[in-house]
Design a protein around this ligand. Sequence first.
Ligand SMILES: [Zn+2]
Length: 362
Amino acid sequence: MRFAVTKMCGGGGKARAGALHVGGIGVETPALLLSTRKGLPAFVSCDILASLPLPDSLLLHVCPTHFIEGPPSKTISSIGGLHHMLGLPNHILVAAAGDSIESLPSSDATNKFGASFETPSGRRLVKLTDYVELISCMKPNLWASLADEVPAWSTEKRNKISVDRTLRWLDECIALNKDSGTNTLGVVVGGSSIEQRKLCATEVSKRNVSGYLFSIIQCFWIGGFGLGESTEERCSLLNAVTDCLPSDKLRLVSRLGLPEEVLEGVSAGVDLFDSTYIYQLTMGGFALVFPVDTVERGMQNGVFESSSGDSTKINLRATVYRKDTSRLVDSCSCFTCQNHTRAYLNHLLNVHEMLAQILLEM
Ligand SMILES: [Zn+2]
């Protein structure tokens, strides 16, 4: 894996553009990791995935916890890892435990042995050794070590425990998986404590010294967001973290999904996002309709001003679209906009036809 910052925002801003190269594939950042359920986007099959714009559609976020009750990890390993099992040999798979749909961190039940998650089949404790075993069988291109993520209302004592535990797990993850040749993302947590966030980011950055056992930490996964923090807290926490990380290394933030949250992340110097926003909109029958220049005008001092109401999306279930023969977005070149009307999508949603979700997710 290689990453280089190619351009910095002028005027002292922290936003940046970069070039990420993984296994012969080059992707420009900032970029979005497509969210998946058990390896694939929820409604997009391999052939449709291949028809989506390249190279951006090659970046996928996979959640190891989705596979806990799946095929035994040894079976995934025998097939040749997740790339071969999913039939996506040329995609970049980024693995991090937990998402914002099916596998939410459950900090109360997390203990020194592992991190706990709320899943559709109940609460699951993911032990560190099992996590590393799963990762070594899945062979993702990049993977985040196990994290103890805590909600924004946690006490200072609990925030400190989360940092201590996450750092210990990081060292143990690397020691257990050091011969795998995969790229480990160093995890930054610390809840809503600026002090603990800075401490964690600084400590994880120390694993980036060349020649050190842990010099394989070339990129960073910022966790513990989207767990109840306010907009103001999020901005200052994110900036405190990115200020402490090496400026030339890749940064991924987890669970910041709304367009305005992604823009806040970009302005704090984050490169990758694992948003589930597209999936959530698709499930609700929504289509995004905002032209990009509206968003640019709405950005003031790094904070998105959205007081004028929501003109970014439309609910295609509404009866107003029943006879609407226009495209979703006139100027859009995607398959759905080029071939279908709002009226047709309204019909598909009304008759519970899964093609609606396929077209919307595309
Ligand atoms: Zn479109």
